[in-house]
Design a protein around this ligand. Structure first.
Ligand SMILES: NC(=O)c1ccc[n+]([C@@H]2O[C@H](COP(=O)([O-])OP(=O)(O)OC[C@H]3O[C@@H](n4cnc5c(N)ncnc54)[C@H](O)[C@@H]3O)[C@@H](O)[C@H]2O)c1
Length: 424
């Protein structure tokens, strides 16, 4: 396959993690992406990522501060990887698509449903691939859990608990992650869990939620971020901030076919961190270990079966990783793995790039396209909108924008509604 010529747009921490993922892909038999350029509004960040790429890839992509100029000057540029901060997704991903570039966008697709619509409309009018880099579901252990469910290992799906309680009053990497107008953690990180809920249990149809802003002040903690990728800018992070975005949400989710989920995302939790993913079926349960840690899952059945080793594979005959995932994780029926976070992370990002390039060449629909990604955003906002409306809401009414009281302030701030609204 002819390599896809691509640029990374957004050279912050996640831009660096994506570069590491590209370098990981380049080491496989599936080296399908050529990094021709990098772009950031901050020239120093673009230069630094170009330098880092030289070390990791053996060639230096051209650095830019303006994506339009980049598209004009790089011969044969076909695609962009949008790793700008969440508050800029709707503008930057839309602009990249309008430049004619196939676009892979970091999650969440956008800050609000209207923001998601803007990006999706740009993909449609330009006839370009839009893929969203949702990484959790690509973890082989989540693939295995999904295969167990699909193969009926625990009978029919019945109930799922998705719980994350952690965070205390710590400032998580960057201030923008704590602000309603730029993407609070409940959206920015919570969308991962929303996607896992839909990946495990299918389409969510309605939800009831409560939201809170518990920590009115947060203090600088690990500004270097996971894997230390944000370390170079850690000094720019203030010692304390006053968050405006809710840091906790508590919800009940109804899925099609009458299954149910209980979802807690609480990033102001003190004491013992509590992360739990439990799935119950009509004849057993799966305790899933979470994401990117490689730990085995545990399958417990009513007949006395209790497995947390490779024998779980006997209950998932359909489980097979893709060839590139099998190469990266050491087998096509991996039931556990032992890599550190940074290594695991770059393998999963490599998978995102690989699928994106394949979709560009074949025209196939990405696994997490705009519609799947917008549904996850709608599930997050269903909890928010339900809390504001004081009643359960359907995911459809949130996605259609007919229930939007919480999001309106964000949409107005970004010019997504009102008399000067960006064209959609
Ligand atoms: N999938 C994951 O596990 C994961 C983890 C962390 C972050 N993310 C996502 O990655 C995205 C980036 O997060 P981050 O922590 O790297 O953000 P960041 O703030 O560290 O970096 C964002 C960069 O984008 C640049 N930028 C903003 N507007 C731009 C524009 N118009 N043109 C070019 N550059 C522009 C900024 O200058 C900045 O350097 C977010 O959407 C976040 O949710 C995903």
């Amino acid at each position: 396959m002819k390599k896809v010529t691509l640029a990374i747009v957004g050279c912050g921490g996640m831009g660096r993690r994506h570069l590491a993922g590209l370098a990981e892909l380049a080491k496989t038999d599936h080296n399908t992406v050529h990094l021709a350029a990098v772009c950031d509004l901050d020239a120093r960040k673009a230069e630094a990522l170009a330098d880092e790429a030289l070390g990791l890839l053996g060639h230096r992509p051209r650095p830019f501060t303006d994506a339009a100029r980049m598209a004009a000057e790089i011969d044969g540029l076909e695609a962009a990887d949008c790793t700008v901060d969440t508050g800029a997704h709707h503008r930057v991903a839309t602009a990249l698509l309008d430049l004619g570039l196939h676009t892979m966008c970091e999650k969440p697709l956008a800050l609000t449903i209207r923001g998601c619509n803007l990006v999706m409309e740009a993909a449609a009018r330009n006839g370009r691939i839009l893929s969203v880099a949702e990484n959790f579901r690509r973890d082989p252990i989540n693939r295995l859990a999904r295969a167990l469910l699909d193969d009926g290992a625990i009978g029919d799906r019945q109930f799922m608990m998705e719980t994350s309680v952690t965070g205390r009053n710590h400032l998580f990497i960057t201030p923008w992650r704590h602000m309603k107008l730029t993407g609070a953690l409940t959206l920015d990180a919570g969308v991962h869990n929303a996607d896992i809920l839909q990946y495990y249990f299918g389409d969510p149809v309605s939800a009831y939620g409560q939201i809170r802003l518990f920590e009115k002040t947060r203090v600088k903690s690990n500004a270097a971020g996971p894997g230390g990728f944000w370390e170079a800018w850690a000094d720019d992070v203030p010692e304390r901030i006053e968050p405006t975005g809710e840091d906790a949400m508590f919800g009940v989710v109804n899925f099609a076919n009458d299954t149910i989920g209980q979802w807690v995302f609480h990033s102001a939790g003190h004491g013992l961190p509590f992360n739990h993913r439990m799935v119950f079926g009509t004849s057993g349960s799966i305790a899933a270990p979470g994401d990117r840690n490689g730990r085995p899952l545990r399958l417990v059945l009513d007949d006395g079966t209790d497995l947390s080793d490779e024998r779980v594979l006997d209950h998932a005959p359909s489980y097979h990783l893709s060839p590139v995932a099998a190469e990266l994780f050491g087998g096509d029926r991996v039931w556990s793995y032992d890599f550190d976070f940074v290594t695991t992370d770059r393998k999963i990002v490599a998978l995102e790039y690989h699928e994106f390039a394949e979709c560009i060449r074949s025209g196939a629909k990405p696994e997490v396209d705009g519609a799947v990604a917008r549904r996850a955003v709608a599930l997050v906002y269903a909890l928010f909108e339900s809390a504001v409306a004081g009643r359960p809401v359907t995911i459809d009414e949130v996605e259609a924008g007919t229930v939007d009281a919480y999001q309106r302030e964000i949409d107005e701030y970004h010019g997504l509604i009102g008399k000067n609204a960006l064209a959609g």
